[in-house]
Design a binder for this molecule. Structure first.
Ligand SMILES: O=C(O)CCC(=O)C(=O)O
Ligand SMILES: [Fe+2]
Length: 322
């Protein structure tokens, strides 16, 4: 159950204390994820928020011809990238956003990836003008967030009284995690007729649960993120510059039989340009994401059966498309 007293502020996890106050922090992480499903993550070493915002602006300020070079095939048939790369604002859509998504590249001659191509597509990168080291910086940021997510998972494991490195293997070698820079441009004038309006507010990213394992979100200083509370109302998440918002996705919550909460959230229109950078931490194709994970970890409880992430998610997508 969500704690109604803490609807907008979440437990704060100070990563600079991850080793000095390990047990205490671990308990706080698990308690927060059991109750809120969201945490604030402070003091992530080496994460440069200002430079990340500059990366967003460098890219999104460019003309559409530039963005077309990395646009997904759906919008630019000259390109081969289907899932990664740039997606534009589509005027007829009620949610006004554009984004650029990439992942860690697997090596070209890795024979195991051919059949999983959908998951390991090569990320397209735009040509740089020497003004900003876009690719290098974003790739570094990806690795910082990957390592941070693993550190948080160690705390989760300690807090659950199971082996500290138990989650590591799920994300080793070829995780399917993606990093997405996003820009929500404001409407010129009034929102269009098909804009989604809920309780008097215009929504630019409608309510959802993240479909990945867990998310580390950079919001910079922007408001607009809201979470659903126990009584079904919405609460804006407190601003916390210099901090990440972390939340549990569907896969992790399901593995934990709902013990850790994947909580519904949305983004409302703030009337100005808004930038956000979610890191979607996602297991490798053949990682075991079966339910009753705690039985596997402790040897007690209902039977755990192996389910591989890749086939599972393909099935979910297929059933959603029906
Ligand atoms: O823009 C944001 O702050 C959050 C976006 C989000 O919830 C998502 O990408 O899943
Ligand atoms: Fe989300």
């Amino acid at each position: 159950m969500y704690d109604t007293k803490m609807t907008t502020s979440f437990p704060i996890i100070d990563m600079s204390k991850a080793y000095t106050e390990r047990k205490r922090l671990a308990k706080k992480v698990v308690h927060g994820l059991e109750n809120e499903g969201f945490l604030f993550i402070d003091n992530v070493a080496n994460l440069d928020y200002d430079k990340l915002l500059s990366a967003c602006k460098w890219f999104f300020d460019k003309p559409i011809e530039f963005k077309r070079t990395v646009m997904r095939k759906f919008w630019n048939p000259e390109n081969s990238n289907i899932y990664r790369g740039y997606f534009p604002v589509t005027e007829e859509e009620p949610c006004r956003k554009e984004g650029f998504k990439f992942a860690r590249d697997v090596i070209d001659d890795d024979v195991t990836v051919a059949e999983y191509n959908r998951f390991y597509e090569k990320s397209p990168w735009p040509k740089e003008d020497g003004e900003f080291p876009f690719k290098e910086f974003l790739q570094e940021t990806y690795e910082i967030l990957h390592n941070t997510a693993l550190e948080i998972l160690k705390l989760v494991a300690i807090g659950l009284d199971i082996e500290e490195n138990i989650f590591e293997d799920m994300f080793s070698d070829k995780p399917c995690s993606t990093l997405r820079i996003m820009h929500y441009p404001p409407w010129e004038g009034k929102p269009p007729k098909n804009a989604i309006v809920e309780d008097g507010k215009v929504v630019v990213f409608s309510e959802h649960i993240d479909k990945n394992f867990m998310t580390l979100l950079t919001r910079f200083d922007y408001g607009g993120l809201e979470v659903k509370t126990i009584d079904g109302s919405w609460a804006e998440v407190d601003p916390r510059p210099g901090s990440l918002v972390m939340n549990i996705g569907d896969i992790f919550s399901r593995m934990m039989d709902g013990r850790l909460k994947a909580r519904i959230h949305r983004v409302i229109d703030i009337g100005t340009d808004r930038y956000a950078v979610p890191f979607f931490f996602t297991p490798r194709y053949d990682a075991d994401i079966g339910v009753h994970f705690m039985s596997k970890a402790t040897g007690k409880g209902p039977e755990h059966r192996v389910e591989q992430y890749g086939p599972w998610v393909l099935d979910v997508i297929k059933n959603r498309e029906k």
